[in-house]
Design a binder for this molecule. Structure first.
Ligand code: NAD
Ligand code: LMR
Length: 333
């Protein structure tokens, strides 16, 4: 269900329509701009609020000329953050610094943890019912940061905080079909765990495709370190932006449709999870069924083979450390 229902009239129609508000925080960045474009093209978005420290008036003016039904407004600088978030149904967060070659996602914690915490604190004040979609890295830690800020305020709702791991399954489908043939759009790959290196666990055994041992090794490595391919190719100019914008727009679209009542929508996401708890972690990515309240059902891992058991075993200590780092940050700061 949408947090804030507002009735507006689209200029192309005299029929009143619901107008969900989506805020993008970091909207002028490498992900933020193409993501905002894709959201401007999405018919389920009613109002688009674009927030960044810089350049959002220009990005908003530009997008506002596109003849789709949503309105677009730019907000710039900390004094406009609360206005940007106020009344949002969904807040998508690609704010913060990206990696350069040689860095891990955890190296971004120093800068991005404080950025994400500040955004979560503003959301607590003015959009306590919003669904928060965290893209900023390290996702394994930034999702717990958002959750702890909401817990501190006494309004934590585990159904409404998501780490966006869609890019991992987008890549996995591409890499598997590049190697084995087939239609990438019709070859889903379940990827569980978290969103960094060994915490990314592709469950190739669940695809029903036969792989040789060397193919499993190569694909697993490529899916786990797909982000590094892009970081290396961009030679210091950042990490994945365009594929991430696609992945973020896909997840936002799925959530918008589920909030509006569509059934059977399943996306992977890193969420507060009882499935994770069984493996010793509070947050864990698996397929999640989306519904009118956000998370409707966290799906189980499903059957996994001995190889994938080993991947899971290797992921858990790193995930535990990443989660603890995020939780501690909120309570120390
Ligand atoms: P970028 O530097 O191009 O853009 C980031 C934007 O955030 C900039 O416009 C900057 O002004 C803005 N920003 C900084 N501090 C802010 C604040 N306090 N409030 C609002 N905006 C702020 O970086 P990018 O390539 O767009 O990447 C953004 C983040 O997304 C990085 O942390 C990156 O690692 C992460 N990322 C995640 C995934 C994923 O799969 N989850 C994929 C790619 C990138
Ligand atoms: C990705 O997977 O592309 C992102 O997490 C960005 C990165 O740092 O690799």
């Amino acid at each position: 269900m949408f947090a804030n229902r507002v009735i507006t009239r689209g200029f192309a129609s005299s029929v009143a329509s619901l107008a969900p508000k989506v805020a993008v925080v970091g909207a002028a960045g490498g992900i933020g701009q193409p993501l905002s474009l894709l959201l401007k093209l999405n018919p389920h978005v009613g109002r688009l609020a674009l927030y960044d420290l810089v350049n959002t008036p220009g990005v908003a003016a530009d997008l506002s000329h596109i003849n789709t039904q949503s309105s677009v407004k730019g907000y710039k600088g900390p004094e406009q953050l609360e206005d940007a978030l106020k009344g949002s149904d969904i807040i998508v967060v690609p704010a913060g610094v990206p990696r350069k070659p040689g860095m891990t996602r955890d190296d971004l914690f120093k800068i991005n943890a404080g950025i994400v915490k500040g955004i979560a604190e503003a959301a607590v004040k003015v959009a306590p019912n919003a669904h928060i979609l965290v893209i900023s890295n390290p996702v394994n830690s930034t999702v717990p940061i958002v959750a702890e800020v909401f817990k501190k305020a006494g309004i934590f709702n585990p159904k409404r905080i998501f780490g966006v791991t869609t890019l991992d399954v987008v890549r996995a489908s591409t890499f598997v079909t590049t190697l084995k043939g087939g239609d990438a759009t019709k070859t889903p790959v379940h990827v569980i765990g978290g969103h960094s290196g060994v915490t990314i666990i592709p469950l190739l055994s669940q695809t029903g495709i036969n792989f040789a041992k060397e193919e499993v090794d190569a694909l697993t490595h490529r899916i786990q370190f797909g982000g590094d391919e892009v970081v290396k190719a961009k030679e210091g100019l950042g990490s994945a932006t365009l594929s991430m914008a696609h992945a973020g727009a896909r997840f936002t679209d799925s959530l918008l449709r589920a909030l509006a009542g569509a059934k059977g929508i399943v996306e992977p996401s890193y969420v507060y999870s009882e499935i994770g708890a069984k493996h010793g972690v509070e947050y864990f990515a698996t397929n999640v069924e989306l519904g009118p309240e956000g998370v409707a059902k966290v799906h189980p891992i499903g059957p996994i083979n001995a190889y994938e058991e080993q991947l899971l075993k290797a992921a858990i200590p790193e995930l535990q450390a990443n989660i603890k780092k995020g939780v501690d940050f909120v309570h120390q700061g």
